[in-house]
Design a binder for this molecule. Structure first.
Ligand code: AMP
Length: 485
């Protein structure tokens, strides 16, 4: 976690003693830039429009002032009527935010709960009825419970819309709208998004009142801290290349990404046959299996975790020394999120991507987004054009890409624009398990394949589902908030 200014401390941000104690116990010495910027405004009750992604310390940036504000104005708990709602797109993120609130708030007497689909609802209903101050929720299950009268939002004092761009990508726009409609007009609102396409700006314009704008390192530049390599390899050799890479990097946790769930399962089986214990985590696994796989990984019981993109957003595991893109993602942003699982909290990390001949275009898209060339690692046994041994060209750059600082860098739009405008964006194609109460994530929506893609490339994990087109989605929000001001 980098701090822009070492003279800013948590004490100088006027955080209360019980929070300072919890932070000291976590060995947080300095606030991250987003924390330093957001906390003073939030403590004053201001709305925030934050451009930040997971990994910047965003959770503490909103959780700490929320805890402090609630504690400073104590109120008796009412069953099923929380005072704070934090809406987030995936179960993993919801669980992670819940864990962080528990840690930061351990010396306060506030209660929180986490609500998401894919698990039994009764324990969630019971906790709500017992009375909680803070609810962290994914939209679908929250709406289910609201429909059943288990939770009401009329007492909400602070509302956080987290990962707003991801919400839209996953087809949550109508659900988010329904949730927002039920919030009281008088409230403090926070919106965080990693990218700022026009739709997000429209939502912000209607959701927030006189917000403070805060932007920290945009998604594309985060990648610069990570040592990135690409290995060109035939698809059929990827598995053996992975074994080679795992033998070479035998220290630390390794997160391997495949494009499909089947690919993840197959790879785990093959690694198992090679005597390399690994686990898979993806949307077809039950919530229990996902939690177990993640816990085993976190504690080092399983060194290798094979994941599909659904895991890329939610995983915050320290000690991932290496991320391997077994398949390159067809969404270039997914690449940034994947490799961001290493280099957590300021650490450096290594990311190796396997690129088969039919994935070259994906690589080009990625390099364009990150405005950076990825070094080619030729020294491996499956290097095309012979053996690889003794022919290290690690400094080489992947082909078909103008050099750094060249035309691409100068003319390419900001990643947020890029994302918002890009053809075939995942936005609008996905829906989610939480949304419909099904136990399936659909975060991995396909981008329109390039001209001559392989069958594999055009058969990604998630099936596209029908969602309102862009203009309608944006219209939803404009219509919703008309008259609120
Ligand atoms: P987030 O962006 O909220 O997912 O946070 C990313 C990681 O940074 C998490 O592991 C946090 O526990 C950690 N973190 C957050 N704030 C700080 C801080 N001020 N100092 C050190 N680590 C932090």
């Amino acid at each position: 976690m980098t701090s822009a200014d070492t003279t800013v401390t948590f004490t100088s941000l006027n955080l209360a003693e019980p929070l300072l104690r919890a932070l000291a116990e976590k060995n947080y010495t300095h606030p991250s830039p987003i924390q330093a910027q957001a906390i003073p405004h939030l403590l004053q009750g201001r709305d925030i429009f934050g451009c930040a992604q997971t990994g910047t310390g965003k959770t503490a940036a909103f959780a700490l002032p929320i805890l402090q504000l609630l504690d400073a104005r104590p109120k008796a708990r009412t069953p099923g009527r929380p005072r704070v709602l934090i809406l987030t797109p995936t179960r993993e993120l919801a669980a992670q935010i819940g864990d962080n609130i528990a840690l930061y708030g351990k010396h306060l007497k506030l209660r929180h709960t986490v609500i998401f689909g894919g698990v039994g609802q009764q324990p969630q209903v019971d906790r709500l009825q017992a009375g909680v101050d803070i609810v962290v929720a994914t939209p679908g299950r929250l709406l289910d419970l609201m429909g059943q009268g288990a939770v009401r939002l009329d007492q909400i004092e602070i509302f956080v819309l987290d990962e707003a761009d991801r919400m839209l990508d996953m087809g949550f726009a109508p659900d988010v709208k329904r949730v927002i409609q039920r919030l009281p007009a008088k409230r403090q609102s926070l919106l965080f998004s990693a990218t700022m396409p026009q739709e997000i700006r429209d939502i912000a314009a209607n959701l927030l009142r006189d917000p403070i704008d805060i932007a920290v390192t945009p998604v594309a530049t985060t990648a610069e801290r990570i040592d990135q390599r690409v290995m060109f390899v035939q698809g059929a050799d990827k598995h053996r290349l992975l074994v080679h890479v795992l033998e070479k990097h035998d220290d630390g946790l390794v997160l391997v990404f495949t494009r499909t769930k089947h690919g993840a399962n197959r790879l785990v089986q093959k690694l198992d046959r090679d005597g390399i214990p690994a686990a898979a985590i993806h949307g077809n696994k039950s919530q229990g299996a996902r939690t177990r796989a993640l816990d085993d990984f976190r504690t080092g019981r399983t060194r290798v975790l094979v994941a599909t993109d659904i895991a890329a957003r939610g995983i915050d595991v320290k000690g991932i020394g290496l991320v391997v893109n077994f398949d390159l993602p067809n969404e270039p942003e997914a690449y940034v999120h994947r490799i961001g699982r290493t280099a957590r909290a300021g650490a450096d990390g290594l990311a190796i991507s396997f690129c088969s001949p039919d994935e070259r275009e994906y690589l080009r898209d990625i390099q364009r987004l990150i405005r950076q060339d990825v070094a080619v690692e030729r020294e491996h046994p499956f290097s095309q054009g012979g053996g690889g041994a003794g022919s290290s060209h690690a400094g080489d750059r992947a082909p078909s890409q103008p050099s750094r600082g060249g035309r691409a860098a100068a003319t390419h739009p900001h990643p947020s624009q890029h994302r918002g405008d890009r053809r075939g964006s995942a936005r609008g194609q996905g829906a989610s398990d939480e949304r419909r109460g099904r136990h399936e994530h659909r975060a991995q929506t396909p981008r329109k394949p390039h001209g001559a893609r392989s069958a594999q490339a055009s058969a990604p994990e998630a099936k596209p589902v029908e969602v309102a087109p862009k203009s309608r989605t944006a219209g939803f929000f404009s219509a919703l908030f008309r008259g609120r001001r």
